[in-house]
Design a protein around this ligand. Structure first.
Ligand code: 5GP
Ligand code: ZN
Length: 113
């Protein structure tokens, strides 16, 4: 699996477009959401292209993404106060960028579900 041409998250995750990078591993990039919905709103994004959770993601990569969540929470200061992780998949979920990503949102109380 590699990058997909004309995919904005492929370009950002692989450093072709500058961004507000929070942290990086060999396979993952974590950067700030361009339109934050909470005081802290960052995205965990694989450097390889997968369109969504439906894209037969290797277990090892999924594991690495999940394991990174609390580390990102520490780095962004929401580890102890709490945070929400969201993966939107497909049209009904309003997935707008067709490159797998985990939202991590926090820094303010959620009042919806
Ligand atoms: P989705 O709706 O696909 O789950 O989430 C996509 C997220 O990516 C949105 O929250 C949106 O604000 C963010 N986003 C879209 N384009 C860009 C971009 O070019 N740079 C960054 N940093 N975030 C983006
Ligand atoms: Zn991509």
């Amino acid at each position: 699996m590699a990058q997909k041409e004309d995919c904005i998250f492929c370009k950002i995750a692989n450093g072709e477009i500058p961004t507000d990078m929070v942290m990086e591993t060999e396979e993952l990039a974590v950067f700030k959401d361009a339109s934050p919905k909470k005081p802290v709103h960052v995205l965990i994004v694989p450097k390889d292209h997968y369109s969504s959770l439906n894209d037969d993601i290797p277990e090892e990569l999924l594991g690495k993404m999940m394991k990174l969540i609390p580390e990102v929470a520490k780095k962004t200061g929401v580890h102890d106060s709490g945070y929400r992780t969201i993966i939107n998949t497909g049209d009904d979920a309003n997935q707008s960028v067709k490159h797998l990503h985990i939202h991590i949102c926090g820094g303010a109380k959620f009042t919806d579900f």
